[in-house]
Design a binder for this molecule. Structure first.
Ligand code: HEM
Length: 513
C-alpha cells in the first residue's frame, strides 16, 4: 500500500517535472512571462546575451534596494557582461530586451508599431498625463501634428530674444562669481526653466509670485520619480502609498498642476479677447510674445484639444525642456573646462560674431559649427536621456526575435553612443568627430541623443539654439577653468543622467577688446 502510494507520488512528480519543462520552454514560469524565441529557431544565446538570473524568479529581484548610482553601474556592468551584444532580462512579468547596438536600434526606431512607451513612463503619468511624451497611437499622432508648428524656424526666431534676455541675466550673476568656485547646478537649471516657462507659457518665472514654489515643486516631483525608478516595489501604488513619499508627491503635483493651469486659464481669457481684437498684454500687463500655449489655445478653439489636454502638453514641455537642457549644459561646461584647447577653438570661432550679442541672428547661431560639435560630443558622452523605452503592444518580430505581447524594450542610448565600432576611443572627448567630413560614413543611428524616427525629440532645434546662446555668451565673457574633474563624479541614472556631486568650475573674466 505504502509502496503503491510512493510510486504514485514519484509518477506524479515525474509527470509534473515533464510538464513543467514543456511549459517552461514557452513560458518563464517563475517570472510569470512568456519567453522570447528566435525566428529561425536557433538558440536565443546565438543572437543575444541572456543575462543569468540571481534567483529562479527571473531578474525581478536583481534591482532591489538600488540607488540612482547603483542603477547606473548596474546598467554599465550589464552591458559590459554582454560584450557588445544586445541583452535580455526576464523582469516584471515580461521580458525586457536591452539594445546597445545602433544596427538593431535602427529597426526599432523605424518600426511604426513600436511607438508605445514602456512601464518606466507610467511613473511620469501622474505629472504629464497624456502629454506628447507618454501618449500613443491616434492621440499622439494628432497632438504631434498640432504641436510641430510650435517649433518652426520662425517661432525659434522669436524664442531667440527670450534666450538672449535670460542669458544677459545669467551673465550678470556669473560676473559676481568671477575667481570663485561656481556650482553649475545652482545657476544653470534656473536658466533653462526660465526659458522653457516663457516659451511654453509666455510668462517670466522670475516675475511670478509663486515662481519659486513652482520651481521647488518640479525638483521634488523629479526626486520622487527617481526614488521610484530605483525600487521596483515603489512602482506599485499601494506600496508607494504605504512606504514611499506619496503624500509629498501628491502635494507637489498639485502645486505644479495648479501653477500651469492658472496661467492657462488667464491666457485663454487673453486669447479670446485677442480673437475679438481686444488687449495685447499678458497676465502681468506686459506686451505679449508668442508662446507654445498659443498654438494649443488655437487648437482648442478648433475643438482639437480640451483644457486637460493643454495642461498635459504644457507640463510635458516644462518637464522635457528643462532638465534635459540643463544637464547637457552642465556637462558641456565641464568638458570645456577640462579641455582648454577645445575651449580656445570655440572662443576663436565666436570671435567672428557681432560684438553686441543682441545682434547675433538665428542664421549666425546656426553657422557656429565647432561649438555645435562640442555640444554633440558632450551629448554623446553624457546623454541627458540615457535610455528610452518601448513596449510591444502585440506579439511582434524585431531583430530576428519573436517578442511576446508586453515585451519591454530599452534602447540604451548611453551605450549605443559609446560603441567603439562607431566611435573610436569612445571615452575620449573629441568634438572633431562631429565635423561634417568626419560623419560621412557613420551609422545613421549611432548618435541618437534626441532619439530617432517618428518619436524623436520635438524640441531638439530649440535645445541646441538655447544651449548655443548661453555657451557663446559665457565663452565670450569668461575663461572657464576646471575645479571638478570627471574622477570626482558618481553618475546616476534617473529620468535624466545626473551626477551625485554638483559640478564646479571657476570663471576668469576675459579682457574686453
Ligand atoms: C538637450 C536637450 C534635450 C534632449 C537630450 C532631449 C532628448 C529627448 C529624447 C531622447 C526624447 C525621446 C524620449 C522617449 O522616447 O522616451 C525626447 C522627446 C521629447 N522631447 Fe526632448 N530633449 C531635449 C530637449 C527638449 C526640449 C527643449 C523640449 C521642449 C521645449 C523637448 C520636448 C520633448 C518632447 C515633447 C518629447 C516627446 C516627443 C514625442 O514623443 O513626440 N525636449 N527628447
Amino acid at each position: 500500500m505504502i509502496l503503491e502510494a510512493l510510486l504514485c507520488v514519484i509518477f506524479v512528480v515525474f509527470l509534473f517535472g515533464k510538464l513543467w519543462k514543456i511549459v517552461d520552454r514557452q513560458y518563464f514560469i517563475l517570472s510569470l512571462c512568456k519567453r522570447i524565441h528566435t525566428v529561425d529557431g536557433s538558440p536565443l544565446e546565438s543572437k543575444i546575451f541572456v543575462t543569468p538570473t540571481k534567483t529562479r524568479f527571473g531578474n525581478n529581484f536583481d534591482l532591489l534596494s538600488f540607488t540612482p548610482a547603483t542603477v547606473f553601474n548596474f546598467l554599465r556592468n550589464a552591458t559590459a557582461k554582454a560584450e557588445g551584444r544586445n541583452y535580455l532580462w526576464y523582469f516584471f512579468n515580461a521580458p525586457m530586451y536591452n539594445v546597445v547596438r545602433a544596427e538593431e536600434a535602427e529597426e526599432i526606431f523605424q518600426n511604426p508599431k513600436l511607438i508605445t512607451k514602456n512601464m518606466i513612463y507610467e511613473l511620469l503619468r501622474p505629472f504629464l498625463g497624456e502629454g506628447l511624451l507618454i501618449s500613443t497611437d491616434k492621440k499622439w499622432h494628432t497632438r504631434r501634428k498640432t504641436l510641430t508648428p510650435a517649433f518652426h524656424f520662425n517661432v525659434l526666431q522669436s524664442f531667440l530674444a527670450i534666450f538672449k534676455e535670460e542669458c544677459h541675466k545669467l551673465v550678470k550673476v556669473l560676473n559676481q562669481s568671477v575667481d570663485k568656485e561656481l556650482e553649475l547646478n545652482q545657476v544653470i537649471p534656473q536658466f533653462t526653466l526660465n526659458n522653457v516657462c516663457e516659451t511654453a507659457l509666455g510668462v517670466k518665472l522670475d516675475d511670478m509670485a509663486d515662481g519659486f514654489r513652482y520651481r521647488e515643486s518640479i525638483h521634488a516631483i523629479e526626486e520622487v520619480m527617481q526614488q521610484r525608478i530605483c525600487n521596483p516595489l515603489l512602482y506599485n501604488l499601494v506600496y508607494f502609498y504605504l512606504f514611499g513619499d506619496y503624500r509629498k508627491h501628491v502635494d507637489n503635483l498639485k502645486i505644479a498642476h495648479d501653477f500651469s493651469s492658472r496661467i492657462i486659464e488667464k491666457k485663454r481669457g487673453l486669447f479670446k479677447s485677442k480673437q475679438i481684437g481686444q488687449v495685447h498684454e499678458d497676465v502681468l500687463g506686459k506686451k505679449q510674445r508668442y508662446a507654445m500655449l498659443d498654438t494649443l489655445l488655437a487648437a482648442e478653439a478648433e475643438g482639437k484639444i480640451d483644457h486637460q489636454g493643454i495642461c498635459d502638453e504644457v507640463n510635458t514641455f516644462m518637464f522635457e525642456g528643462y532638465d534635459t537642457t540643463s544637464t547637457c549644459l552642465i556637462f558641456t561646461f565641464l568638458m570645456l573646462a577640462l579641455h582648454q584647447d577645445v575651449q580656445q577653438r570655440c572662443y576663436e570661432e565666436l570671435e567672428n560674431l557681432p560684438e553686441d550679442s543682441d545682434e547675433i541672428s538665428l542664421f549666425q547661431f546656426n553657422e557656429i559649427v565647432f561649438l555645435e560639435c562640442v555640444i554633440k560630443e558632450s551629448l554623446r558622452m553624457f546623454p541627458s536621456v540615457p535610455l528610452i523605452g518601448r513596449k510591444c503592444m502585440e506579439e511582434c518580430v524585431v531583430n530576428g526575435l519573436i517578442m511576446p505581447k508586453d515585451t519591454q524594450i530599452n534602447l540604451q542610448i548611453y551605450d549605443i553612443m559609446r560603441d567603439p565600432r562607431h566611435f573610436t576611443k569612445p571615452n575620449d572627448f573629441q568634438p572633431e568627430r562631429f565635423l561634417p567630413e568626419n560623419t560621412v560614413n557613420r551609422h545613421p543611428f549611432a548618435f541618437v541623443p534626441f532619439s530617432a524616427g517618428q518619436r524623436n525629440c520635438i524640441g531638439q532645434k530649440f535645445a541646441i539654439l538655447e544651449m548655443k546662446v548661453l555657451l557663446a555668451a559665457v565663452i565670450r565673457n569668461f575663461k572657464i577653468l576646471p575645479v571638478t574633474i570627471l574622477e570626482d563624479l558618481t553618475f546616476e541614472t534617473g529620468i535624466v543622467l545626473r551626477t551625485h556631486q554638483n559640478v564646479k568650475v571657476k570663471l576668469l573674466r576675459r579682457e574686453s577688446k
